[in-house]
Ligand binder design. Structure first.
Ligand SMILES: [Fe+2]
Length: 256
């Protein structure tokens, strides 16, 4: 599949694996680090644990935000992220839950929605952790410079090298290499988008749940090994659709 482009709006079939390689014809430093990239965990501890088990040989783990909300185990997810040393940025759903935690809730009433539910289940240390997550980070591995942020502009895609350069340039950090990759979450649609042969942006898809329009319930994530970027579709006993998650909330609390 090397060299083929996947349109993020077209979901991958369950069980497929797509991979791309940074160009190998140019002299590079040898690849030594296996990167696991996850996003949009959404309080789904079972899916997160399935990914961590599957990719336990990863050297470093990054997450492009939305650890909590729209799921049932926010505290467990934050605890696991901290235990595993996952490097994470803050997502819009993390901010929603923080705001709800700070606003308080009616302890005599059942949770009215997922932010309310999640806020009740987080301890103060977990909230402090979520509040302390940065909005964007830069880092480099094996001669590739990375920029990690939850989203670009809402649900927009980066479509041109000019847009890519503008986004990258919002922080004054020199890449130090022509090989650059932006890592984004938010849309829950996995994809690898090449702007040039040495410049791409990647969305790993969602660990927690896929959008209702997406027919697959597979847990999505990305690995970058030996310069190859792979999108994974992991099926495990706890895979569930967004609709099923909402129905469970309704069953438990009789409100949405
Ligand atoms: Fe999300």
């Amino acid at each position: 599949m090397v060299g083929t482009k996947h349109d993020s709006r077209q979901p991958l079939a369950s069980g497929t694996k797509t991979e791309f390689a940074f160009p190998t014809e140019r002299p590079t430093t040898p690849f030594t680090v296996k990167i696991l990239l996850i996003s949009d965990v959404h309080s789904n501890i079972h899916a997160l644990d399935a990914v961590l088990k599957e990719e336990r040989d990863s050297d470093v783990i990054y997450c492009t935000g939305d650890l909590v909300d729209v799921g049932f185990h926010p505290q467990e997810v934050v605890d696991r992220v901290r235990e595993a040393g996952i490097i994470c940025v803050q997502g819009n759903h993390d901010r929603n839950v923080i705001a709800r935690y700070e606003a308080g809730w009616d302890a005599d009433a059942p949770p009215m929605d997922f932010p309310d539910h999640n806020a009740r289940r987080l301890d103060s240390a977990a909230v402090r952790f979520l509040k302390g997550l940065p909005e964007r980070i830069h880092f480099a591995h094996d001669g590739v410079a990375y920029l990690l942020q939850h989203l670009y502009r809402g649900y927009d895609l980066i479509q041109t090298i000019m847009e890519f350069d503008g986004f990258w340039g919002e922080t004054p950090v020199a890449a130090g290499t022509n090989r650059r990759a932006v890592l984004l979450g938010h849309t829950h649609h996995p994809g690898i988008f090449w702007m040039r042969d040495d410049t791409c942006w990647i969305n790993p898809g969602s660990v927690g749940y896929n959008r209702p329009k997406d027919p697959s319930i597979a847990t999505r994530y990305v690995t970058i090994t030996d310069g190859r970027v792979r999108i994974h579709n992991l099926m495990h006993p706890h895979c569930r659709s967004r609709v099923a998650i909402g129905e469970e909330f309704q069953r438990l609390y009789r409100r949405v």
